[in-house]
Write a protein that binds this ligand. Structure first.
Ligand code: FMN
Length: 199
C-alpha cells in the first residue's frame, strides 16, 4: 500500500455500489483515469472488495470491527482527498456506503482523535443515476452525514450524471466533453484542497 506524502495529493475514488455494472463505479473509475491523466496520483477502490456485516454493536463488542473496515480505513488514511460516487436510493444514499462509513467511523486507533480519518481528509461528492436528477438528492443526505456526523471537509462542488445509461461511451468516458471537463475541474479542485490541507 502506498504511504501518504505531505507534498503530494493522493486521491481515492470509491463508489457506493458494488454492482458489477454500476454507473457510480463507472464514474469513480473515470475520476481515477482523469486524475491519472492530469498527473494526480489516484486509486480506485471497489467497496465490493471490502464486505462487512451490517453494523451491530454486539459484533463490535464481541469480535471487534471487521478486518475489512480496518483495511478500508487504512486505505483512506494513505489518501488525502476522497471522491465518493454515490447511488441514490429513495432520495438518500446506499446502505453499502452507510454501513462502510459507520464501521470505519467507530475505529479509533491508538493515539488518534475520534473520527480522525474523516476530519483530516478532503471529500468531494458525485453521483450517477439513470434518472433525470442524477442522484443529486442522495448527495444532500451524504453531505449531512460527512459534515455534521463526521466533521469532514466536503467541497461545495459536486458532479452528477443524469440519464447515466446514455452518458458514458464504450471507454467509460462521458460523451459530453463539457461535462467531462467539469468533472476534471472538480477533481483538480479536490487535489488542490487536499494539498492545501496536507501540504
Ligand atoms: C431501492 C432503490 C431506490 C432507488 N431510488 C432512486 C432515487 O431515489 N433516485 C434515483 O435517481 N434513482 C433511484 N434508484 C435507481 C438507482 O439510481 C439505480 O439503480 C442506479 O443504477 C444505482 O446505482 P449503481 O448503478 O451505481 O448501482 C433506486 C434504486 C433502488 C434499488
Amino acid at each position: 500500500m502506498p504511504t501518504s506524502s505531505k507534498a503530494e495529493p493522493r486521491l481515492l475514488f470509491i463508489a457506493g455500489s458494488s454492482r458489477e455494472k454500476s454507473w457510480n463505479k463507472k464514474l469513480a473509475q473515470l475520476g481515477e483515469k482523469i486524475a491519472d491523466a492530469n498527473g494526480i496520483k489516484a486509486t480506485f477502490a471497489d467497496l465490493g472488495d471490502y464486505p462487512m456485516p451490517i453494523y451491530n454493536g454486539d459484533i463490535e463488542v464481541n469480535d471487534g470491527p471487521p478486518e475489512n473496515a480496518r483495511k478500508l480505513k487504512a486505505l483512506m488514511s494513505v489518501h488525502t482527498g476522497i471522491f465518493i460516487a454515490s447511488p441514490e436510493y429513495n432520495a438518500s444514499f446506499s446502505p453499502l456506503l452507510k454501513n462502510s462509513i459507520d464501521w470505519v467511523s467507530h475505529i479509533k486507533d491508538e493515539g488518534e482523535a475520534p473520527l480522525q480519518v474523516f476530519k483530516t481528509r478532503v471529500f468531494a461528492l458525485g453521483a450517477a443515476s439513470p434518472g433525470g436528477m442524477g442522484g443529486l438528492r442522495g448527495l444532500a443526505q451524504l453531505r449531512i452525514v460527512l459534515e455534521n456526523g463526521l466533521n469532514a471537509l466536503v467541497l461545495p462542488d459536486q458532479f452528477v450524471v443524469p440519464k447515466a445509461m446514455e452518458a458514458f461511451d464504450e471507454n467509460g468516458h462521458l460523451k459530453n466533453k463539457d461535462n467531462q471537463e467539469t468533472f476534471k475541474g472538480v477533481i483538480q479542485k479536490l487535489a488542490r484542497a487536499a494539498h492545501l490541507l496536507h501540504g
